[in-house]
Ligand binder design. Structure first.
Ligand code: IPE
Ligand code: IPE
Ligand code: MG
Length: 249
């Protein structure tokens, strides 16, 4: 079966394959509130959140979405209680180690964006290993934003460009959109077409500030651990009803 036929086999009938977003980005929010509702500690929400992300990745793959980016940890999330931060770092590392083999089988190309140098060194090692091993995979491009901040991403690009100008290897006139984007963490990944945020919050929280310029935004009240295929289907239906004008008429 060709890739296209596989997509048509799994994709719900009411969705048009040629009008799917190429790149879906998701702010996975509401893990803590989900846990609280169940009378559980917040960390249990994060644990369940991993299952929801694995399901979404599989679904994107089945339905023929080219790229998925998930916001796992923001530069501001370091301000949370130490216990929660430690739990998250350990969780990321463990999940990465556990899932690598399946990602290889599923042809997933995983990539991490953010300030990775200040993550725990054992997590950095796991990140490097997973990126190196899946580098040549031609399936879905799965990006995880970890210690990610949109402002920091833009600033580090500015610093790199300013250094080139200072060294005389770049003319300020040469600084255009494409050059600037080549210095972002997301270089080589197309801009998100659809941004999904769970838990009803109507904000961007420092996520992909540059890349989000023309993303369609979809917000659901559902808390992240409860976000499933049915919810994703609804988000895609809403997306296909949108009229994307990009400033034109
Ligand atoms: C999102 O869920 C996960 C991370 C930010 C790591 P939250 O932990 O923000 O859950 P709420 O918003 O407190 O419910
Ligand atoms: C955004 O969620 C960050 C992630 C999902 C990783 P937050 O819960 O940290 O965002 P705010 O604090 O509600 O803006
Ligand atoms: Mg939150």
């Amino acid at each position: 079966m060709t890739a296209k036929q596989t997509v048509l086999k799994y994709l719900p009938d009411d969705l048009e394959p040629e009008r799917l977003p190429r790149h879906v980005a998701v702010i996975m929010d509401g893990n803590g509130r989900w846990a609280k509702q169940q009378g559980l500690p917040r960390i249990m929400g994060h644990r369940r959140g991993v299952d929801a992300l694995k399901d979404l990745l599989r679904c994107c793959k089945d339905w023929g979405i080219e790229a998925l980016t998930a916001y796992a940890f923001s530069t501001e999330n370091w301000g949370r209680p130490l216990e929660e931060v430690d739990f998250l770092m350990t969780l990321f590392e463990r999940v990465l180690r556990q899932e690598l083999r399946e990602m290889m089988q599923e042809n997933v190309q995983i990539r991490f964006v953010g300030n990775l140098n200040s993550l725990p060194s054992s997590l950095q090692a796991e990140i490097e290993r997973s990126m190196a091993e899946t580098k040549e995979n031609q399936g879905i491009k799965f990006t995880v934003a970890t210690n990610y901040g949109g402002r920091e991403e833009i600033l580090q690009a500015c610093r790199a460009i300013a250094n080139q100008v200072k060294q005389g290897t770049l003319n300020p006139e040469e600084i255009d959109r494409s050059l600037f984007e080549s210095h972002l963490y997301t270089a080589g990944i197309c801009d998100p077409d659809l941004l999904i945020r769970t838990s009803g919050e109507m904000r961007i929280s420092n996520f992909l500030l540059w890349q989000m310029a023309y993303a369609e935004i979809y917000i659901t009240q559902t808390l992240w651990p409860d976000f499933d295929r049915k919810e994703f289907h609804q988000a895609l239906s809403a997306y296909q009803r949108r009229d994307r004008r990009f400033g034109k008429v």
